[in-house]
Design a protein around this ligand. Structure first.
Ligand SMILES: NC(=O)c1ccc[n+]([C@@H]2O[C@H](COP(=O)([O-])OP(=O)(O)OC[C@H]3O[C@@H](n4cnc5c(N)ncnc54)[C@H](OP(=O)(O)O)[C@@H]3O)[C@@H](O)[C@H]2O)c1
Length: 252
């Protein structure tokens, strides 16, 4: 049996592209807007579009139902007869309970980086999965990135780092580049490119040398140099701002 994706949107699309890039075969997809689904299929060689959610459910042993909660309920309720072979259902919507449809469910918080093979997926298991089922889901998600198994009660908190994270990190990098470029009348695109490359290099340095942020800072911030006073501003202002962000996000 294959792997199904119902909902080829901001998450389902990158998952389909990531699975294709990882060479995973027999991936079936269905999404509400056929034209958008076809666009994804053109970028995901292994993806076969089917004509209905029911067909995807029938032909798959593991189905990513990656839509908003109301949409998931609607699709599963309308296609309950296509669940008789008890496929594993993989949820990605906060607060969505798949227990009414099956005990073979998984809660995940993926992120949009799955398309690159560098995704981060938080995961917690439903009650009805055996070890081979878990291995099946884990291996699919590992094909598109790193999987973190966490306590169900901690999913929402960690999600601020991984699922919301790409938006925050992208914003911060761009805002820093734009601030420097505008203050000095520099080329904004060049500045943004330099910041992205510097961040890629900083992460690579930490990974390669197994060092944390403090060790990187020690390599950069010479006493009396320009980094130190910049860091002092970050140290004073960043934590209160991060706490205000969590409060605003309802993740306090
Ligand atoms: N985006 C993130 O970074 C992120 C991270 C973690 C969790 N989440 C959660 O994941 C869920 C999905 O998010 P998303 O950003 O991928 O949403 P999205 O971009 O709106 O994708 C949902 C997809 O489902 C399709 N769809 C809707 N109703 C359908 C139906 N009845 N049958 C088949 N396909 C249907 C939509 O089709 P159309 O193209 O016609 O709209 C769309 O392609 C949400 O609950 C969100 O809160 C999102």
């Amino acid at each position: 049996m294959g792997i199904g994706i119902i909902g080829l949107g901001r998450l389902g699309g990158p998952l389909a592209r990531g699975l294709a890039a990882a060479g995973i075969a027999e991936v079936y997809g269905f999404s509400r807007s056929r034209d958008k689904a076809e666009q994804i299929a053109r970028q995901a060689a292994g993806l076969t579009l089917l004509d209905s959610a029911a067909e995807v459910l029938r032909r798959s042993d593991t189905v990513f139902v990656w839509m908003a909660p109301g949409q998931v309920n609607e699709v599963l309720t309308a296609n309950a007869d296509a669940l008789s072979h008890r496929p594993i259902l993989v949820n990605c919507s906060p607060g969505q309970d798949l227990g009414a449809f099956t005990d073979r469910w998984v809660d995940t918080y993926p992120n949009v980086n799955s398309a690159t093979g560098q995704g981060s997926t938080l995961l917690s298991w439903g009650p009805g999965l055996a070890d081979p089922d878990k291995q099946r889901v884990r291996s699919l998600l590992e094909a598109v990135g790193v999987v973190y198994e966490v306590e169900p009660t901690q999913l929402d908190a960690y999600c601020a780092l991984t699922s919301n994270g790409p938006a925050f990190y992208a914003f911060i990098l761009q805002a820093w580049a734009d601030t420097v470029a505008e203050r000095h009348g520099l080329d904004v695109d060049l500045a943004r490119s330099m910041v992205r490359q510097t961040m890629v290099g900083t992460v690579a340095l930490q990974e390669a040398e197994g060092i944390d942020a403090a060790a990187v800072i020690a390599q950069v911030a010479h006493p009396g140099g320009s980094t130190e006073p910049g860091l002092a501003v970050l140290a004073a202002d960043f934590r209160p701002m991060a706490e205000r962000m969590l409060q605003a996000m309802g993740r306090w």
